[in-house]
Design a protein around this ligand. Structure first.
Ligand code: SIN
Length: 293
C-alpha cells in the first residue's frame, strides 16, 4: 500500500491495494492509521459492490443507517446520492457540512463510492478541522473550549426547510420531520478520546448558535469560524473517477459537493460508520467546565 498526499493539509490517495479482496487485519490497521493521519483517503478503480463497500466501512466502525436518506430494504445503510441530468437546483451535500451533525449520534466517518460521474465537474472539497482549530486565535479557543454548539437539521425539518423546488434529492430523502427541528448540543471542539487530537466541530449547514448565546450574538462568531474553517490552506479538492472510493473522518473534516455539472448524471453510494460515540469526545476541558457549572 502506497500513500500519496493530495495537499499539505488533508487527504491521501492510496495505490497498491485491491478492496475487492478480503481485507486482512494488517491492511485494516494500516487503513485506520492512514485515516487518522490524513483524514480523507481516496482509492481509485475499485468498483466495489454493496457487500464489498460494507466490508470497507466495517474496517472503521459499524455501518449506520442515515435516518434522512435510508437505502433500499436490502441494504438500508447505503444511501444513494443521485443527481439526474435533468435536475438543475440543489445537490445533496452542496454546502460545507459534516454528515448528520444535527442528530444525537453523528457518524464518525463516511465511505463514498463513485458509481457514475460527469465528464467534468461534480468534485468534492474537504477541509481539515484539526488544522482549523489549531489556527484559531487563543481568545476564540478559550471562548469555544468546553462550550457546546447547537445543531439543527434545517433541510430536513419544517421550520427552516428551503422551498421544495430548491431541495436536493426531493423524493428520496425524508423531509418535514419535526425531530430535525430539535436543537442538538455537541461540543464546539471535539477531543479524540485516545489520542487527544482536537478538531473544530461547527458547520454552516447545521450549526445555529453557540450554547449560552442566542442566534444573533452567535452569528458574527460563527461567521468567522465558518470562514476560518474552510480556508483554502486547509482544503483539498477531489476530481472523481468512476470506481473511486473516498473515506473520511467526519469529526475532523467538513466537506462540500460542488453542483457544477448540469446536464450530466452523477451517482454515488454512501454509507457512514459509527465507532466512538460523540459523548466520548468532550475532553478534559469540557468535563472541568461542566463540573464547575
Ligand atoms: C455528501 O456526503 O455530502 C455527498 C458528497 C458528494 O456527493 O460528493
Amino acid at each position: 500500500m502506497q500513500l500519496h498526499p493530495i495537499t499539505g493539509a488533508i487527504g491521501a490517495e492510496i495505490t497498491g491495494i485491491d478492496l475487492k479482496q478480503p481485507i486482512s487485519a494488517d491492511l485494516a490497521e494500516a487503513l485506520r492509521q492512514a485515516l487518522d493521519s490524513h483524514l480523507l483517503l481516496v482509492i481509485r478503480d475499485q468498483f466495489l459492490d454493496v457487500p464489498q463497500h460494507r466490508a470497507l466501512a466495517q474496517v472503521f466502525g459499524r455501518p449506520a443507517v442515515n435516518p434522512y436518506g435510508p437505502g433500499p430494504d436490502e441494504h438500508p445503510e447505503m444511501t444513494s446520492v443521485i443527481k439526474e441530468a435533468s435536475e438543475r437546483t440543489g445537490v445533496f451535500g452542496g454546502g460545507w457540512h459534516t454528515d448528520l451533525s444535527f442528530i444525537e449520534t453523528p457518524p464518525n466517518g463516511s465511505v463514498l463510492a463513485a458509481i457514475e460521474v460527469p465528464p467534468y465537474g461534480g468534485d468534492t472539497l474537504w477541509a481539515n478541522q484539526r488544522a482549523a482549530w489549531e489556527a484559531l486565535p487563543e481568545t476564540l479557543k478559550e471562548l469555544l473550549d468546553g462550550r457546546d454548539a447547537v445543531h439543527v437539521g434545517k433541510p430536513y425539518g419544517i421550520k427552516w426547510a428551503p422551498p421544495v423546488e430548491e431541495q436536493a434529492m426531493k423524493g428520496s430523502t425524508k423531509r418535514g420531520d419535526p425531530e430535525a427541528d430539535k436543537e442538538r448540543f455537541h461540543p464546539a471542539v471535539l477531543t479524540h478520546p485516545v489520542t487527544g487530537a482536537r478538531s473544530l466541530y461547527v458547520n454552516p449547514t447545521y450549526t445555529m448558535r453557540l450554547d449560552g448565546m442566542n442566534e444573533e450574538d452567535s452569528r458574527p462568531i460563527l461567521k468567522l469560524l465558518f470562514e476560518q474553517s474552510t480556508l483554502p490552506e486547509f482544503c483539498c479538492r477531489l476530481r472523481w473517477t468512476a470506481g473511486a472510493m473516498a473515506i473520511w473522518d467526519n469529526y475532523s473534516t467538513q466537506h462540500y459537493a460542488i453542483n457544477d455539472y448540469h446536464g450530466f448524471r452523477r451517482e454515488m453510494r454512501r454509507t457512514t460508520f459509527q465507532s466512538r460515540p460523540i459523548s466520548e469526545w468532550r475532553g478534559l476541558a469540557a468535563k472541568t467546565h461542566l463540573t464547575a457549572a
